[in-house]
Design a protein around this ligand. Structure first.
Ligand code: DX5
Ligand code: ZN
Length: 212
C-alpha cells in the first residue's frame, strides 16, 4: 500500500512538508484547483513550485482544472511521478495524456463521485492510474462518501473486462484510520490530507493507514 499525503489544508505548508520528508510517505499529493472546475482556488503553480525546497519525495499531482495543458508542462519541470486530470473536462484528453507521457511521467484520470465510470473506457489503453474521488473535490477535511468501496469494485470489474488490471487505483478524500478499512484491500495508493496533517506524529498516522 502506497500513501500519498495532501498538504492542501495544511496551515504551515513548509513546516508540514519538512516533517513529511522524514517519514516513509511514498508521494506528496499536490492539489491544483482553478476556482472554476471546482469552486475553490489553490495556490498558483508559481507558489506551489517552491515545495521543491522542502521535499525530496516524488509528486503525485492532481489537476482540478478545466485547462490543464500549461500546468502539465509546468509540473513536468518538478520531481513528478504522476499527473492526474479529470475525465469530466471538455478537452482532448487523449492528447493531454500523450503530453504527460512525452515527459516520461505517468498519467492518471480522476472522476468526481457522481461521474459514470464508463467515461474512463476510451482511455484505458493509455492511462497508468485512476484516482477515485471519495469526496466532492474542492477542499480537504470532508467526510468520506459511503458508496466509495462499491464504486471502486465497479471500476475493478471494468478493468478486468478490459484486461487492464495493471492500471493503478488510487483514492482521494476523507481517508482516515477508520474509513480506510473499506478500501485498503482494493486500491494501490491512498491519498490522505487532514487525517495526517492534523496529527502530531505524521509517521504514526501514515503507519496507521498502512496497517490493517
Ligand atoms: C480534495 C482534494 C484532496 C483533499 C484530501 O479536493 O483533492 O486531495 O485535499 O484531503 P482530506 O484527506 O482531508 O479529505
Ligand atoms: Zn487531491
Amino acid at each position: 500500500m502506497k500513501i500519498s499525503v495532501s498538504f492542501l489544508s495544511s496551515y504551515d505548508k513548509a513546516k508540514d512538508l519538512r516533517k513529511l520528508n522524514v517519514t516513509d510517505v511514498d508521494y506528496i499529493h499536490v492539489d491544483y484547483m482553478d476556482g472554476r472546475f471546482v469552486p475553490y482556488k489553490s495556490l498558483s503553480f508559481r507558489q506551489l513550485k517552491t515545495i521543491y525546497k522542502y521535499t525530496s519525495k516524488r509528486l503525485d499531482v492532481h489537476l482540478m482544472t478545466r485547462n490543464p495543458e500549461k500546468l502539465i508542462r509546468q509540473f513536468a519541470t518538478l520531481n513528478t511521478e504522476f499527473i492526474t486530470l479529470h475525465v469530466e473536462i471538455k478537452k482532448d484528453i487523449s492528447k493531454l495524456i500523450d503530453l504527460i507521457h512525452s515527459y516520461g511521467i505517468k498519467a492518471g484520470l480522476s472522476l468526481k463521485p457522481d461521474t459514470p465510470i464508463a467515461l474512463l473506457e476510451p482511455y484505458l489503453e493509455k492511462i497508468d492510474l485512476i484516482l477515485v474521488m471519495s469526496v466532492e473535490p474542492g477542499r480537504g477535511g470532508q467526510e468520506f462518501l459511503e458508496n466509495t468501496p462499491s464504486r471502486v469494485l465497479a471500476i475493478k470489474n471494468l478493468l478486468k473486462t478490459y484486461e487492464k488490471s495493471d492500471i493503478l487505483l488510487s483514492i482521494d478524500g476523507g481517508i482516515n484510520n477508520i474509513t480506510k478499512e473499506g478500501v485498503q484491500d482494493l486500491v494501490d495508493i491512498m491519498v490522505s490530507g487532514s487525517y495526517i496533517t492534523t496529527g502530531e506524529d505524521f509517521q504514526e498516522r501514515i503507519h496507521n493507514l498502512r496497517t490493517h
